[in-house]
Design a protein around this ligand. Structure first.
Ligand SMILES: Cc1cc2nc3c(=O)[nH]c(=O)nc-3n(C[C@H](O)[C@H](O)[C@H](O)COP(=O)(O)OP(=O)(O)OC[C@H]3O[C@@H](n4cnc5c(N)ncnc54)[C@H](O)[C@@H]3O)c2cc1C
Length: 305
């Protein structure tokens, strides 16, 4: 049943007509639990609340799978405005973005131009940028673009997904770029030809990647809500005397907020991934796919009047 629900929500996450409807009718269906709002101001308010609790943030202006140049360029400008708003408000937040929102599916030239513009503004404001990883089809292109721009910008990181067979090799290659990596399980629907179909194998690979990158000596963000992975990381950093400034935990806004604070109180850096903007539909569907309890929460919200 859980697998069927996951497949249904991942299928719905890419439905263009529903995305358009969701944008038109605004944040509802319970999505506001996971999304900070539709405007930059709403996002700034949420970051401030989190910073006040010693949680640091990475802010994502929601958007993906853009198929025209005008929209990709507008999105890039909006991300620049977002970076400036963070800096002007003196908030403790980085930025995350998806290359398909900047034109990855249109042309490499457009996405490079947009990302370079964003990175110049980010560098000027001393704000770190992470390129989220999307589906397998776009993984190689994403890594190629990351590698190209990493040579020009220090403040750039990316994401590696533990469910992909290729990830161990990718982490190995990324040493040459002194990469700041966020490690995740992976949120898209991928076939068994490219990704571990069993959750237990994903978890084993996740732990392997955490150890690999930390022992390579590079910054590692462990982005998970899974207690077993968090405990593994704590034991691993203690055993190998990894300094606290070489890693951090990350979780999504609205998920396990009590655990986020617990980790801060234990002295760990905890970064909350905060999405905002009108294009919340695909992100929200992936959160529903991850956890049936989220679906129950949403149903309660929809029918409560
Ligand atoms: C900061 C961040 C950034 C991300 N960036 C990307 C990205 O760029 N690309 C990508 O593909 N994916 C990304 N993801 C999503 C990621 O790949 C997973 O889909 C998502 O994090 C769910 O996996 P999990 O590691 O939390 O473990 P799961 O296997 O989903 O959950 C493990 C356990 O965590 C606990 N848990 C999970 N959710 C809850 C909850 N709501 N309440 C209580 N307990 C819960 C439960 O005990 C559950 O059994 C990101 C995730 C985070 C946190």
């Amino acid at each position: 049943m859980k697998q069927v629900l996951r497949d249904v929500f991942l299928f719905l996450s890419k439905n263009k007509a529903l995305t358009t409807l969701a944008k038109r009718y605004g944040l509802n269906m319970g999505a506001s639990r996971f999304v900070a709002g539709e405007t930059i101001n709403a996002a700034m308010d949420v970051i401030k609340l989190l910073n006040d609790q010693d949680l640091v943030v990475t802010l994502d202006y929601l958007g993906e799978f853009v198929d025209n140049e005008v929209e990709a360029n507008l999105r890039a400008k909006k991300i620049c405005e977002t970076i400036e708003a963070i800096a002007n408000a003196n908030l403790n937040s980085q930025v995350s973005l998806k290359l398909t929102s900047l034109g990855l599916d249109i042309s490499e030239e457009i996405v490079l131009e947009n990302l370079r513009m964003i990175l110049l503004v980010a560098e000027h404001n001393n704000i770190f940028v992470t390129i989220d990883m999307e589906d397998f089809k776009r993984c190689q292109k994403t890594l190629d673009i990351y590698k190209e721009l990493r040579k020009e910008f220090n403040g750039l990181g990316t994401v590696i997904q533990a469910y992909l067979y290729r990830s161990e090799r990718d982490v190995g290659e990324l040493i040459h770029y002194q990469s700041n990596l966020r490690l995740v399980k992976g949120a898209y629907k991928e076939p068994p030809e490219v990704a571990f179909p069993n959750k237990s194998d994903v978890d084993i690979n996740y732990k392997k990647l955490i150890k690999q990158h930390l022992l390579n000596g590079y910054f590692t963000a462990i982005a998970t809500h899974d207690d077993a992975i968090i405990e593994y990381t704590k034991r691993m950093v203690q055993a190998h005397k990894i300094p606290h400034d070489q890693f951090e935990f990350q979780m999504l806004y609205g998920i396990r907020p009590e655990k986020q604070l617990e980790l801060v109180n234990e002295g760990y850096t905890m970064r909350v991934y905060v999405p905002f903007g009108a294009d919340w539909y695909g992100y929200f569907m992936r959160r529903l796919a991850e956890r049936p309890a989220n679906v129950a929460f949403v149903m309660k919200g929809m029918f409560r009047r």
